[in-house]
Design a protein around this ligand. Sequence first.
Ligand SMILES: [Mg+2]
Length: 362
Amino acid sequence: MIIREISIGSLQIPLIKPFKTALRTVYTLDVILVKITTDNGIIGYGETAPTVAITGESKESIIKAINYIKPLLIDKSIADFDTILDTLHSCIVQNFSAKSAIEIALYDIAAQNAKLPLYKYLGGDKTYFQTGITISLNDTDTMVKDSLEAIQDGFGSLKIKLGFDYREDIDRVSQIYSAVGNNISLKLDANQGWSPEESVKFLNAIEKISIPISFIEQPVDRYDIEGLKYIKQRTSIPILADESIFSPNDARKLLEEEAVDLINIKLDKCGGISKALEIADICKDYDVECMVGCMLEGAISVGAATHVASARSDTITMYDLDAPMLCSSAPVIGGARFDAPRITLSENHGLGIKDITGIIWI
Ligand SMILES: [Mg+2]
C-alpha cells in the first residue's frame, strides 16, 4: 500500500466562549487538517492547531513544514511504517505540531489496513473516558460562575487557569473551592506565570487553608528546572510538567532530576502518537503517572490522543481532553464521540472518521 497524495486543509470553529490563560486569549479554533490517500483508496486523517505561545508553530509555519515533508513520504509503502516515521522525525528538527498531524493520518491508515480501531492497533482496550474541563483565567466571580456551570454540565474535574498575580490566585482558588465543595477534583495550571518563590508562597497558602488540590501544572518558566525542583522540595502538592516537556528526552531529563511528580503529554508538543507512547513508557519506567492533554485542538487530534490514553491506560490516568467540547460546532463526522464530560472511542477501523464539513483545501 503506497502513499499517493497528501492534502492540507484548514477549518475554523468559533469557541462557545473565549479561552483565556496566562499566555493567551483565543476566540476561534484554527485547525489544520492533513489527508493522506493511498493507492488502494484508504484515506487517513490527521490534524493539528497552531499554538504559537507554546509550540512556536504558526499556521503558516505548520503548512510550510508539512509541504516540506510531503515529497519525502509520497510513493513510500505503508508496510515500511517504521522507516516512514524515521523519515518524518529526522527530515526536519522541531516542527512537532506539523509532524503530529502527519503521524495521526499515518496511524489512521495503518490501523484501517489492520482492520482495527486505532486504540486496539496500539494495544489498548479502554474505550470510555471522563475528561476534566478548563476554567479560563478571568476575574474571580466569572471563574466561580464558569466552575458552577461546568459542574451543572456534568464535569467532576476542573482545571483552573492561574498565573497572573499569585495573591489574587489564592483568592480565586479558595472562592472556587467554597462554591464547588469537596466532591469536585481541582487541578491548577499557572502556565509558567509565577517565579519559584511566588509558587511556593501560593502553594503553602493553599496547603494552610487545606484546599485539596490534585496538582499544580507548570508554575514556572519551561526552562527553569532548578525552579521546579525548588518548589517540589517545599510543597506536598504534586507538580505536573507541561510546557517543560516536549520530547521524550525532556521527559527523561526532568524525571531523572526528580524535578516534577507528573507529566502532561500532548501530541502537538511531542510530534505525534509514537512520541507520546514513548513518553508514557519512560514515565512507566520512573513509576510516574501521566495526564494526556491537548491544546485548543479539534476532534481528530484530541480523538487520537484519547486512543493513546487507551493504549497506555496503566500509566496515563488523567485526561484533559476538553477542546472539542469548547467549540460551537462539531464538523467531524464519525470518530471519537465527545458528549461532555464523556469521550467514547469509535469501534470503526482507524480513527473511524467518515467526513469533515467546512474544510477549505489549501
Ligand atoms: Mg498546561
